[in-house]
Design a protein around this ligand. Structure first.
Ligand SMILES: Cc1cc2nc3c(=O)[nH]c(=O)nc-3n(C[C@H](O)[C@H](O)[C@H](O)COP(=O)(O)O)c2cc1C
Ligand SMILES: Nc1ncnc2c1ncn2[C@@H]1O[C@H](COP(=O)(O)OP(=O)(O)OP(=O)(O)O)[C@@H](O)[C@H]1O
Ligand SMILES: [Mg+2]
Length: 512
């Protein structure tokens, strides 16, 4: 079998070890599941191309073992029987599409083309076929690899199958060592400077491979295998802001339904980190300012929490809030000091480690320059595989977003205003935060007592479950203020009218 032979003949010991481990995973999977129960998710990318050839080799070796043959099984008699699935999308590069089809024909793949999103496509496929395990070319460092192992059950909320990731521990360098050693064809985009390929909307050649062609005044790019620092593999991916809220009512990690309001309200949670706030030494003003800002764009804040400068306290709070809200905003405890534990706490909440981020370090280097006395790398460590940098020209250092958690670096309201404006501007081009329908509200003031208003108000809440109806007093003996808030003007008016009808005329007057 030509792949197995090429690796055996190579003197790259590291590659041999990676190959052996991947083949072991594939053979275990083929021993655990029948051939009808497995599928291969192939998309023409470099990682799935590696996996294709590993599967060919792994299946071949599995066959040899099954038939007790001596390994001379004729390559030509050998067909690749693993069902192959390709999620075709109109935003895929044409080169990726054509490479996928050509590869399928070269290697006799039985290609199932699915034109639905991943989840619905898999639901339909698993209903129709007895598939129980799917091979994927996911590698550590891919944002989607977080928390995965070589055998990982699909996530809650997804149809049930086993995700099998034989090349999970392969590096960028390993991938290229394999493709070049085995001399197998790969998609032509990788020779044009693309190092990781998503959709036509979020992928450009990797600027680190750019060579200036001054004669033609044109940019040219070196091939992908010449990228020396594999950590920068995704530098050609434009930052993609997934509007978690768009997927409402399921939050970004797909774990739980947002339970704020049954009417699909977008909810955020705010976390302030700081011992000083809890000692009462300083007053937190950012929380209330954020609540106003979020409310202004139609969001509901489910909770403001204040936690100590302690990694576990931060991690516990973030973990709880991130799965119950569309977005979580966290501030305080960001920087190089001992008490600056927020980023580490966020990493812990997601179960990932902190890893150096070269792009972020570059920003810090510009900012700090030679003034740095300690190890500035410490500050450039970000939660691995889940961090996006939110760039804006008005921000000296980008903000950090870890899935649905946004880390703000503001220390006062003026700085918060600036960071918020930047986030909103970014939203215009990238859907970072969904701008929801604004709230409509009415405030009614009355001198009636709590006892007189309590029951009719409870009834009103039952009659208008889609609205927020609350009340407060500015002082114990002053008038009572009733707030009616919702997204539908007519409903808010109707609730105010219904309230008035429950009392004598003139009992309420509207506040501006
Ligand atoms: C075969 C297959 C199985 C997947 N299973 C899961 C899953 O169990 N849980 C999950 O959150 N995402 C799952 N995904 C989605 C991927 O994690 C990821 O969102 C997808 O590859 C899109 O990545 P992109 O946004 O970088 O294009 C699966 C995707 C594929 C193709
Ligand atoms: N459209 C798709 N159809 C089928 N499988 C897919 C699709 N998109 C992703 N996958 C699966 O997810 C894996 C990881 O995708 P990812 O984009 O990280 O890798 P790749 O496309 O193989 O390589 P690259 O990192 O260069 O884009 C793929 O190897 C493949 O198994
Ligand atoms: Mg890809």
């Amino acid at each position: 079998m030509e792949i197995d032979k090429a690796i055996r003949e190579s003197d790259d010991r590291r590659l041999k070890t990676k190959y052996d481990n991947a083949i072991y995973v594939i053979r275990r999977a083929l021993a655990l599941y029948s051939i009808e129960e497995v599928a291969f998710s192939f998309n023409g990318g470099k990682d799935s191309t590696v996996l294709l050839h590993l599967l060919r080799a792994g299946y071949f070796l599995h066959q040899v073992e099954q038939t007790h043959s001596n390994g001379d099984l004729n390559d030509r008699e050998f067909i690749f029987p693993i069902r192959t699935i390709y999620f075709e999308s109109s935003s895929a590069f044409p080169e990726i599409n054509s490479f996928t089809y050509e590869t399928a024909s070269t290697y006799g793949l039985q290609l199932d083309i699915i034109r639905l999103d991943f989840k619905s496509g898999l639901e339909a496929l698993l209903k129709a076929k007895p598939i129980r395990a799917i091979f994927l070319g996911v590698r550590i460092g891919d944002p989607t690899a977080v928390g995965q192992e070589q055998f990982s059950p699909s996530s809650p909320g997804w149809p049930s199958f086993m995700r099998v990731n034989p090349i999970l521990d392969w590096s960028y360098r390993d991938v290229w060592a394999f493709l070049l050693t085995c001399k197998v064809p790969y998609c032509s985009l990788y020779d044009q400077g693309y190092t990781s390929i998503g959709s036509i909307h979020d992928t450009v050649p990797n600027a680190l491979l750019c060579i200036n062609d001054s004669d033609n005044n044109k940019e040219k790019f070196k091939p992908a295998y010449l990228l020396t620092d594999g950590r920068l593999e995704r530098a050609g991916r434009r930052k993609k802001y997934t509007p978690v809220s768009r997927r409402c009512p399921t939050v970004s990690n797909g774990l739980r339904n947002v339970d704020a309001h049954e009417n699909g309200m977008l909810t955020a949670s705010v976390i302030a980190v700081g011992d000083e706030i809890l000692f009462g030494s300083i007053e937190d003003q950012l929380g209330s300012s954020l609540c106003r800002k979020l409310s202004f764009i139609g969001w509901t804040v489910s909770q403001i929490a204040m936690v100590r400068n302690d990694i576990d306290s931060v991690a516990e709070e973030v973990e709880r809030r991130k799965s119950a809200n569309n977005l979580v905003f966290i501030y305080g405890g960001v920087g190089p000091l001992l008490s600056d534990v927020t980023v580490a706490g966020v990493a812990k909440a997601f179960g990932v480690r902190l890893a150096p981020d070269e792009e972020f370090e570059e920003y810090l280097r510009h900012l700090i320059g030679d003034k740095c006395t300690g190890d500035r790398n410490e500050m450039a460590q970000l939660p691995e595989g889940i961090s996006e940098l939110l760039h804006h020209e008005k921000l000296p250092v980008p903000l950090i977003k870890c899935q649905n958690v946004i880390i703000l670096t503001a220390t006062n309201v003026t700085e918060l205003d600036r960071q918020w404006d930047c986030l909103i501007e970014l939203t215009r081009s990238s859907d970072l935060i969904t701008l929801a329908e604004p709230f409509v509200s009415k405030k009614l003031r009355t001198t009636l007592s709590d006892v007189e208003t309590a029951q009719p108000l409870s009834k009103l809440c039952l009659e208008f479950p889609d609205l927020y109806i609350g009340c407060y007093r500015e002082s114990r003996y002053g008038p009572l203020v009733i707030t009616v808030k919702g997204k539908d003007q007519a409903r808010v008016e109707a609730a105010a009218e219904a309230l008035r009808d429950k009392f004598n005329p003139g009992a309420f007057y509207e506040m501006k």
